[in-house]
Ligand binder design. Structure first.
Ligand SMILES: [Fe+2]
Ligand SMILES: [Fe+2]
Length: 316
């Protein structure tokens, strides 16, 4: 209903990994083996960045640059001592200062590769805040690279919603609520949040439609299985009468079909029904919250922001 403009992200726009410099791949792999949670986080940020590219209908080249920047955004973490990077408890102030350095380390690493230098500002700037309270450079508003602002939305959304061994993931609407608070405080822009939400809302709508279809089909199946159950009960009570035999024929049963199969099918379908119905209810509630937030974030997009360039191309 919000008119997502689909682009062929899985076709022409897919990042071709063979094109990625081998050394960078090795570094991504090193990052993965160093800290598996960071690795899952990177895949999450790549996913949400791709979703934003999709709703913005970005061309293949621009999408590829952003997705690559998403892969590399935390590459500087390979320079952070494991005792800080993998510390399960809250970081001390000193440790936090060390952790923050992953932005400049990442910048230095990416700058070493001529082909990827253009991604370095996005890597460096993905923790900057519009009001200048971010790091490493305390950049404000327009001085923050546009690409960094986009990656930042994907980064925060993943950090809040992802389920990790040490924490539960937040629901999308709870995470977006927190992000909208930061929009309100002037720390975050809302436009890429809006485009991410557009995609999330679409996915929720799709799931809800599929759930509804499945519920209808299950209802039909359960009804039939119950009817069959009744017939079997009557056969048990009255024996095989001509009438019951004819009724059974209507069901087009495979040979060897018996009452135990019928009962276990009925139980399986009822269990599935319970599961789909609860997901349907939960998703509907979540969708209504997300739609409100979508409108809220759209209202916050400033008119002045309607001349946005990503990697040299105008996107808004
Ligand atoms: Fe980061
Ligand atoms: Fe990150």
């Amino acid at each position: 209903m919000f008119g997502k403009r689909k682009v062929d992200i899985l076709g022409q726009n897919t990042v071709n990994f063979s094109e990625i410099d081998k050394d960078i791949k090795v570094e991504i792999a090193t990052l993965g083996s160093l800290d598996i949670f960071t690795n899952a986080h990177i895949l999450g940020v790549v996913k949400y960045t791709t979703m934003i590219c999709e709703t913005l209908s970005l061309d293949a080249e621009t999408s590829k640059s952003l997705i690559l920047a998403a892969y590399l955004h935390d590459i500087g973490k390979i320079m952070i001592p494991p005792q800080v990077l993998q510390k399960p408890d809250r970081l001390t102030e000193d440790e936090y200062e060390i952790m923050k350095m992953h932005t400049t380390y990442g910048y230095d690493i990416v700058m070493r590769y001529e082909n990827f230098r253009y991604l370095a500002p996005a890597v460096r700037g993905h923790h900057e805040k519009l009001d200048g309270s971010g790091y490493p450079d305390g950049l404000k508003g327009k001085d923050i690279p546009e690409e960094a602002k986009l990656i930042e939305i994907a980064d925060i959304y993943d950090a809040l919603t992802a389920k990790r061994q040490y924490k539960e993931g937040m629901s999308p609407s709870k995470a977006v609520g927190i992000m909208l608070d930061d929009v309100e405080k002037g720390k975050l822009g809302s436009k890429y949040l809006y485009y991410l939400l557009l995609n999330i809302v679409d996915q929720y709508e799709e799931t809800i439609i599929n759930d509804k279809r499945e519920i209808d089909k299950l209802e039909e199946d359960i009804m039939t299985l119950r009817e069959l159950d009744d017939i079997y009960k009557q056969i048990y009570d009255q024996g095989y009468t001509k009438k019951l035999e004819n009724t059974l024929k209507r069901y087009n049963l495979p040979s060897g079909y018996d009452v135990t199969k019928n009962t276990s099918a009925l139980i399986a379908k009822q269990n599935r029904m319970e599961h789909v119905k609860s997901e349907y209810k939960e998703y509907k509630l979540e969708l209504s919250k997300l739609k409100k937030q979508l409108h809220q974030s759209r209202k916050k997009i400033k008119l002045i922001e309607r001349n946005v360039k990503l990697y040299g191309k105008r996107v808004l």
